[in-house]
Design a protein around this ligand. Structure first.
Ligand code: SF4
Length: 293
C-alpha cells in the first residue's frame, strides 16, 4: 500500500521527472536483470538520479532476511545469489559511461558470511571489466563478523559505507535485528583498516523520534568510529505498513544539525530533506577528498 504524500510540507513535494533518460535507465536495468535500492526502497530521488543514469545497485537479490520498520524492501526467504551480478553491473557501467558506482545489498543473515564473498566477487568482476570505475560499497553489518570487514577493506574501493540509520535509543523499534554498538564497531574496524585509502561513510534518517541529545551522542560516536562522510535526510514513510514520521525537519534545521555534526568532528556532512546515503555520492566523495588534503 502506497503512502499518500499530499500532507507533506511544501519543501517535501519534489516534482517527478519522466523523460526518455529516466525510461532508458529503467529499461537497461530491467534488461540486465539487476535490482536497485532506488525502486525497492521507493526513493524520492529516483527520477532525478535515473535521468543522469545514476542508480544504486542492490546485490544478493531483492529479498531481505530482516524487517526494519522504516524500510520497504521485501523480506522473507531470499534466493541463491546471482553469480553474474558483477558482470551485469559492469555492462551497465560501460553502456552508460558512469564513473562512480554505488553498490549495496539486502541483509543476508541466512549466508554464513552475510554475503561478504559475493560483494568481493562483484567488485573484482567490475574492476576487471571497467578498471577506472570508482566504487562505493554500502554494506550490511555481516552479523558483526570482523573477518568480513577485513576482506572487504582489502578491495580497491573508494568508499566504504555502513548506515547506522538512527540513534541508539530507537534501535529496538527502527532496526530490529541490528545493534547500534555492533555497527559502530564495524565502522571503526573499517576506518582502522583504511589508512585513508578508502573513505568511511555513514548515514542517518531524521524524523523517527530522535532528540537533539540523541543526535549529539550519535555525532560523537560516529566521529570516534572514524566516519569521514555523514549523510542526513528526512525519513519518509514509504508505505502505510512502515513507521510513521514523527517530525518533518525544515531545511534550516538540517543546516543547524550539519553545523553541529561538523563541530563534533565529522569532516564532511551532507544534509537536507532529500539527502539519502547514495544521493550525489560521487560529489560527496570528491568533496571529502578535498577536505582531507
Ligand atoms: S538517492 Fe540513491 S537510492 Fe535514491 S534514487 Fe538516487 S541513487 Fe537511487
Amino acid at each position: 500500500m502506497l503512502k499518500n504524500t499530499s500532507r507533506r510540507p511544501e519543501w517535501l513535494r519534489k516534482e517527478k521527472i519522466l523523460n526518455s533518460d529516466v525510461l532508458n535507465t529503467r529499461k537497461t536495468i530491467t534488461f540486465l536483470g539487476l535490482h536497485t535500492v532506488c525502486t525497492s526502497a521507493r526513493c524520492p530521488n529516483l527520477s532525478e538520479c535515473y535521468s543522469r543514469g545514476v542508480a544504486t545497485f542492490m546485490i544478493l537479490g531483492d529479498i531481505c532476511t530482516r524487517n526494519c520498520g522504516f524500510c520497504s524492501v521485501n523480506h522473507g526467504i531470499p534466493a541463491y545469489p546471482n553469480m553474474e551480478e558483477g558482470e551485469k553491473i559492469a555492462e551497465y557501467i560501460k553502456k552508460t559511461g558512469i564513473r562512480f558506482c554505488v553498490i549495496t545489498s539486502v541483509t543476508r543473515d541466512d549466508l554464513g558470511d552475510g554475503g561478504a564473498d559475493h560483494f568481493i566477487r562483484v567488485v573484482e568482476d567490475i574492476k576487471r571489466e571497467v578498471p577506472g570505475i570508482k566504487i562505493e560499497l554500502l554494506v550490511p553489518d555481516f552479523g558483526g563478523n570482523r573477518e568480513c570487514i577485513d576482506k572487504i577493506m582489502r578491495l580497491p574501493i573508494e568508499v566504504f559505507a555502513h548506515n547506522v540509520e538512527t540513534v541508539e535509543r530507537l534501535y529496538p523499534t527502527v532496526r530490529k535485528g541490528a545493534d547500534y554498538r555492533r555497527s559502530l564497531k564495524l565502522l571503526k574496524t573499517a576506518s582502522d583498516k583504511s589508512k585513508r585509502r578508502t573513505v568511511v561513510k555513514s548515514g542517518i534518517m531524521l524524523g523517527l523520534g530522535e532528540t537533539r541529545e540523541d543526535l549529539e551522542q550519535l555525532f560523537k560516536d560516529l566521529t570516534e568510529a572514524g566516519v569521514e562522510i555523514l549523510t542526513m535526510g528526512q525519513y519518509l514513510q514509504p508505505t502505510m505498513k512502515n513507521l510513521e514520521v514523527k517530525k518533518y525537519y525544515k531545511p534550516e534545521e538540517f543546516e543547524q544539525l550539519k553545523e553541529l555534526a561538523l563541530k563534533q568532528g565529522i569532516s564532511s556532512v551532507v544534509a537536507g530533506p532529500y539527502v539519502r546515503s547514495s544521493y550525489l555520492a560521487e560529489e560527496a566523495y570528491i568533496r571529502s577528498l578535498k577536505k582531507n588534503v
